[in-house]
Each structure stands twice: as C-alpha cells, then as structure tokens.
Write a protein that binds this ligand. Sequence first.
Ligand code: 6PG
Length: 256
Amino acid sequence: MIVHADAGVLAEAVAARLTTRLLDAQAARGVASVVLTGGRIADAVHRAVAASRARDAIDWSRVDVWWGDERFLPAGDPERNETQARAALLSAVPLDPARVHPMPASDGPDGDDAQAAAERYAAALATAAGPGHQTIPYFDVLMLGVGEDGHVASLFPEHPAAHPDSYGEATVIPVHNAPKPPPTRLSLTPPVIDSAEEVWLVASGAGKARAVELALAGPGPVQLPAGGVHGTQDTVWLLDQAAAAGVPARFRSPLR
Ligand SMILES: O=C(O)[C@H](O)[C@@H](O)[C@H](O)[C@H](O)COP(=O)(O)O
C-alpha cells in the first residue's frame, strides 16, 4: 500500500508506475499487457500517462490493451470506459489497433444481448491465451478503481453476478441491475482479475475511506469485491491520504 498526498499526486505517481511497469514488461518479454478500468481516478491516470514524456519510451505497438469492465452502451457513447480511455490516452499513442481489445458495445454484432457480448469477449481472451492458460492471456498489470461500496470493475457487493455459483467457469459476464449506472455492464470475473501478475487498486477521496478500510479487514469477495482480488505476484493499493484515512498504520508503506 502506498499513500500519496492528494488525487493529483496519486494520478501522476500511478502514471509513472504504469509507464515503468510497461517498460519493464517489454524489456523482459518484448510485449506488455495492461487491463484498464473506468472511473475518475483511472481517467486522471490515463491523462497523466499521455502527458508524460516518458510515455514515448514505451513501444506502444507492442502493448496489448484489455478492459476489466465496460458499461454496455453503444459504441462511442461518452460513458463507455473505452471512449474515455481513447480520449484520455489511447488516441495519443501509436498503438497497434489489432492489440486494443475493447469490450463489445450494445450496438455491436450481438446487439443488446449482453450475455452474447460477454461470450464474444471471452472468445477474444481465449484467442489471445498465453502459455499455461487455455482461456485467458497473460496480464502484466490490471488496474481497478474502487467504488464507495467496495466494488471493483463491475463486480458489486452481494450482487448475484459476483457470486462464484453464478459465474462458474465464465471469464466474462454480463452484469444487470448494477447499482452504479448504467445498469447493464460487462465484467471480467474474479478468477480472471486474479490471474494478472499485478492487480492495482487505485482510490482517491474521503468517499472511499470506508471501502478501503473494510477491504483490508478481510471480507469475503462477494461481500466486498475490492477485498477479494489479488495479483499472482503483487496486489498494490494506491491511495491518496483521504482514501487511506481509515487504514491502520501496519498496512502502510514506510513512505507515509
Ligand atoms: O465502470 C466503472 O465505473 C468502473 O469500472 C468502476 O469500477 C470504477 O473504477 C469505480 O466505480 C471507481 O470510480 P471512481 O474512480 O470514479 O470513483
């Protein structure tokens, strides 16, 4: 856990961390893969990456971009996570379009059938599956925002879709009646999130303090999804002071 002074410093620090993480992945594997999310602090991170000179050190043509969740809306809808990520960062860097994998839109090939759209994205993940996996690619870093209620991606507390009995072996699921609008979303399931080498939970503001505190208290993954996710190598909480207000000192890095 690393706590930064405020939202501005947090966004810049996470952007620097993401830039370095992608560079290190490319140095080690030749490629890098990142899973993006939506929301305000994620958008601020994307913008900070776009604004940094260091971004040009990354060979963006060898970066795979996936999404952890998406609002199931028509293509180009300003509320889609993809739309916001393209505006904040993706359109500014020389990505290989074939390596950018947005989740289907509600006016795409499956129309408004969220289940079919989820299955389509699951098929895209399987097509890109890496060694040791049949169904999902290797993710160097998976970024998550944290909702005031403790949701991550589109996995909401006590929501039926977030229950293992509901998603089973699925890698991507439709989420209906989401408490955070829009009501219909697509989301990676917890096991897919947990397959990432690093899972970063980024939260800013006093409104997140309770969710962060509860997440660290060891709740069940259905009761509080933010407390249930973890990377295979690292799970990093990246917070500002306000969001970390309820965090016991033992969880904090010596930085603060
Ligand atoms: O589609 C979404 O809205 C996001 O995927 C969602 O999980 C978001 O990351 C959190 O709600 C935090 O959002 P804020 O950073 O705006 O509080």
